[in-house]
Design a protein around this ligand. Structure first.
Ligand SMILES: Cc1cc2nc3c(=O)[nH]c(=O)nc-3n(C[C@H](O)[C@H](O)[C@H](O)COP(=O)(O)OP(=O)(O)OC[C@H]3O[C@@H](n4cnc5c(N)ncnc54)[C@H](O)[C@@H]3O)c2cc1C
Length: 402
């Protein structure tokens, strides 16, 4: 009987598995392709990453953003070295299993997991299977209203840093560039332009969120037009394709009978208005592991799962998530041509407000103050939009069971 079994070998699954193993828990991780490299380019603000991440940074740059004008953000942006991050996490004593969790059966002492070719028992199971949340399930209750996810989509290519100098000056990371250099009207998209090595830059045309997600073909067309505008040749070879939901509902606590804790995009730890989750998972994993470890010693499997769940979704985290969901709805309702103006207002806020809004997952006061400051700094047309969007019922907390 394992203490902990983690379903899913993405960054979140590995982060929580490594943290549990380092806390002394007998831990295994199961994934259908446990050795498959992580292909996505993972970025985060340096200040939100745990100290250990300093050793696994592929590239970094001064954070800059452009709405209609340029803003220096005052923080460093980091792109992670996926292989180094994975190696660092896999150095923990985690047993790796190849397989897919097909079913899970709770019992009084834990949970038995069906892996197709056999079963494993564990006191606590983490569902870190990404947005599909294949253990806890993502399917809505029968008769629940049909909902369409808000989805972030993007298409990117990597070019030589010299070729992209006009867009990204040496030492910089362009978090967002909302100038419509792709030449199209319609749904607003921005360029994300960040160093991925010392001499290569990822240029990614991005739709922050749309319900349903903006088609990749539109993003590709705009990216190529934007590159042509800046006289950058489209490089041969592959492209990065991004598509993931940003507002998956929370699983209801107690909705599954056994000791299962959702983690990572499955949780969902995804910031609904930015799409970021990797830094949160890396930072939160040790706290969750400690909570599970301590509760397992004195209270057993159910107590451990409850402690894990409550660490991931503390009352403060739930409150901030609700605020963020509301701000997502406001964003989705802005007139497309005014979105760059909105970001000019946001990026001109004092750094403490921007930081709280972007990274303060449990900072209720800071997040509310940031939204208040944005409202105060906004022109009237924007204030009206922000209020109408925030009142939309889709910004209210949801779980699979309402
Ligand atoms: C191209 C791209 C770029 C992104 N860039 C960023 C970024 O810069 N910063 C950021 O914070 N976020 C980014 N995201 C969003 C998000 O953070 C990522 O989706 C991230 O991979 C989520 O990590 P995760 O470990 O929760 O889930 P995943 O990475 O999706 O991992 C889930 C794992 O679970 C496995 N699995 C699924 N079902 C089962 C099962 N039944 N049994 C066992 N295993 C199973 C899957 O095979 C997979 O390995 C990006 C997303 C994409 C697609």
């Amino acid at each position: 009987m394992l203490d902990v079994l983690v379903a899913g070998g993405g960054p979140a699954g590995w982060a929580v598995a490594a943290a549990c193993a380092r806390r002394g828990l007998d831990t295994a991780l199961v994934d259908p392709a446990p050795d498959r490299p992580w292909r996505a380019t993972y970025g985060a603000w340096r200040g939100e990453l745990p100290a250990a991440a300093e050793a696994v940074m592929a590239a970094r740059g001064r954070g800059e953003a452009i709405g209609t004008i340029a803003h220096q953000l005052g923080w460093e942006y980091v792109v992670l070295d996926n292989a180094a991050l994975r190696d660092a996490l896999a150095a923990a004593p985690v047993t790796v299993l190849k397989g897919r969790v097909r079913d899970a059966h709770p019992d009084p002492e834990g949970v038995t997991v069906d892996l197709g070719g056999g079963g494993r028992r564990a006191a606590v199971l983490f569902d870190a299977t990404g947005a599909v949340r294949s253990v806890l399930g993502a399917a809505p209750r029968r008769n629940a209203p049909v909902r369409t996810d808000a989805v972030q989509t993007a298409v990117g290519v990597v070019v030589a840093a010299d070729a992209a100098r006009e867009l990204v000056t040496p030492g910089a990371a362009l978090f967002m560039d909302w100038r419509p250099h792709h030449g199209e009207t319609g749904w607003p998209t921005f360029l994300y332009a960040v160093p991925v090595t010392s001499d290569r830059i990822l240029l990614e045309e991005t739709s922050l969120a749309r319900r349903p997600g903006l088609e990749l073909s539109v993003l590709r067309r705009r990216l190529h037009a934007r590159l042509a505008y800046h006289r950058i040749a489209v490089p041969p070879g592959g492209e990065e394709r991004v598509r993931f939901p940003v507002d998956r509902p929370l699983p209801a606590p107690g909705s599954w009978r056994g000791p299962v804790v959702p983690f990572g995009a499955a949780s969902p730890l995804v910031h609904p208005a930015t799409g970021y989750s990797v830094a949160t998972a890396l930072g939160l994993a040790p706290r969750v592991a400690t909570a599970v470890h301590d509760a397992l010693q004195c209270g057993g499997a159910r107590a451990a799962a409850t402690a894990g769940w409550q660490t991931v979704w503390s009352p403060a985290a739930l409150a901030v998530h609700t605020l963020r969901r509301r701000s997502l709805e406001s964003l989705l309702r802005l007139p497309p041509d005014r979105v760059p103006n909105f970001f000019d207002v946001f990026f001109a806020l004092p750094p403490r407000h921007r930081w709280a809004y972007l990274t303060g997952r449990e900072d209720v006061q800071g997040s509310a103050a940031a939204m208040g400051a944005l409202f105060t700094a906004a022109p009237w047309w924007l204030r009206r939009r922000l209020v109408l969007g925030a009142l939309d019922p889709r910004g209210l907390p949801q779980n699979d069971y309402n």
